[in-house]
Design a protein around this ligand. Structure first.
Ligand SMILES: [Zn+2]
Length: 394
């Protein structure tokens, strides 16, 4: 972001001005005059409008080099709050964030997504209400809600589409249902897309594209380019779990096809593989690997090789700068990573892997909630939203 992104010199909107202040490009009214070409009086109008809505505050000038003191303009993170939820199959993380992605309150609870949308969303609304109470006087500043769900979500409407582990959710209007309790914008996306968004925002802010691969019970991938989720036409981009792994055409997947990556290399497959030695959950698989169990190490490394084979296709298609592995099975650490790297490097051309980083998630189990908050604050702070809130003056 630079001053050039203010297209019409002399006519920056309040949103343009806020963006310059948020990015740290403009710290004073003088900076804004210089960057936007607007008259002093117009700059003053924009600042007044933003200040009135609490979005900008003026701080004490600490860098004045003599002469007339000029106050510093600062983006006020606490001008608003957003609620976020990262819903998994059996656990849900809920949180309140301010507009600077700072956590106000956060908690993890058991919640079975298979209980259906009405039960789950009623529970979520109750949790949200309690979390907001911890924000005290600021609770009325709720501006939007962001939700991650463990299944395919139609991007434009926020409705889940035939989610395999979410009976009753197909086509359910999640935003509309929650808006009956909270009359604010409600955004919904697939959990893996949001994990990628969170990881990209915090751990790789200047790296693009980023592919976040979740290896849990199933396998999915979120693709982030330029700080945004790449959804494809409807939101199905990155759904790599059902790419066929040709050597395993005898393995039947829940989707009805045979030889799908997640049917071969997902947590469910690993648990089945290690069933005889007593593994029943993804955590059992990880525990065995970390304890040095040879069969478990071999199974996880082989799963990594299969995943890497599919990711080699992704490397050739989008040339990611970084591939991040997350999800429960990623806790098995180096063995999964080693398998993934092995086949990616073997099957990709040198240019695709020249500076490619393949690594574990740094945000780990907080990637999804961070991404949900990121999606939501970006919506709140988007030019259209700010200009509508403050009143666009052009
Ligand atoms: Zn499948």
């Amino acid at each position: 972001m630079n001053a050039n992104s203010v297209d019409r010199l002399g006519s920056a909107t309040p949103a343009d001005v806020l963006r310059l202040i948020r990015a740290g490009h403009a710290r004073t009214r003088g900076d804004l005059q210089r960057l936007t070409g607007m008259a002093r009086s117009t700059v003053a109008q924009r600042i007044d409008a933003l200040t009135e809505h609490g979005l900008v505050v003026t701080g004490q000038d600490s860098v004045s080099s003599g002469g007339r003191p000029s106050s510093t303009l600062l983006f006020n993170h606490r001008a608003g709050l957003v609620l976020s939820a990262d819903c998994g199959a059996t656990h849900t993380r809920t949180a309140v964030f301010d507009l600077g992605l700072n956590v106000v309150a956060e908690e993890v609870s058991d919640l079975n997504i298979a209980d259906g949308p009405v039960a789950v969303l009623n529970w979520l609304a109750a949790r949200f209400t309690e979390l907001l109470m911890t924000a005290g006087d600021e609770a009325h500043r709720l501006l939007a809600i962001g939700i991650g769900l463990p299944g395919p979500v139609e991007h434009a409407t926020g409705k889940p589409v035939a989610p395999p582990i979410m009976p009753g959710w197909d086509g359910f209007d999640v935003p509309h249902y929650l808006q009956q309790t909270f009359p604010v914008p409600v955004l919904v996306d697939n959990d893996v897309n949001l994990m990628g968004l969170g990881e990209a925002a915090i751990a790789y802010p200047h790296v693009s594209p980023l592919a976040f691969v979740k290896v849990g019970t199933g396998i999915g991938c979120g693709i982030i380019t330029g700080g945004r989720v790449f959804h494809g036409a409807h939101g199905a981009a990155g759904d790599i779990g059902h790419i066929r792994v040709t050597d395993h055409h005898d393995v039947v997947c829940w989707c009805g096809n045979v030889g799908c990556l997640e049917a071969v290399a997902g947590g469910k497959a690993l648990v089945a593989n290690l069933h005889e030695s007593g593994a029943r959950t993804n955590s059992d698989v990880v525990d065995r690997v970390l304890a040095g169990d040879a069969a478990a190490v071999r199974a996880v490394r082989n799963a990594g090789r299969e995943i890497g084979g599919v990711l080699a296709g992704l490397v050739s298609t989008i040339n990611p700068a970084v591939i991040v592995l997350g999800g429960q099975i990623a806790d098995a650490g180096q063995y999964l990573l080693a398998g993934v790297r092995e086949t990616i490097y073997a099957r990709s051309l040198p240019l695709g892997t020249r500076d490619l980083e393949v690594t574990r998630s740094r945000l780990a189990d907080r990637a999804g909630i961070t991404g949900a908050a990121m999606m939501t604050t970006e919506h709140v702070l988007a030019a259209d939203s700010i200009d509508a809130l403050v009143g666009a003056v052009r």
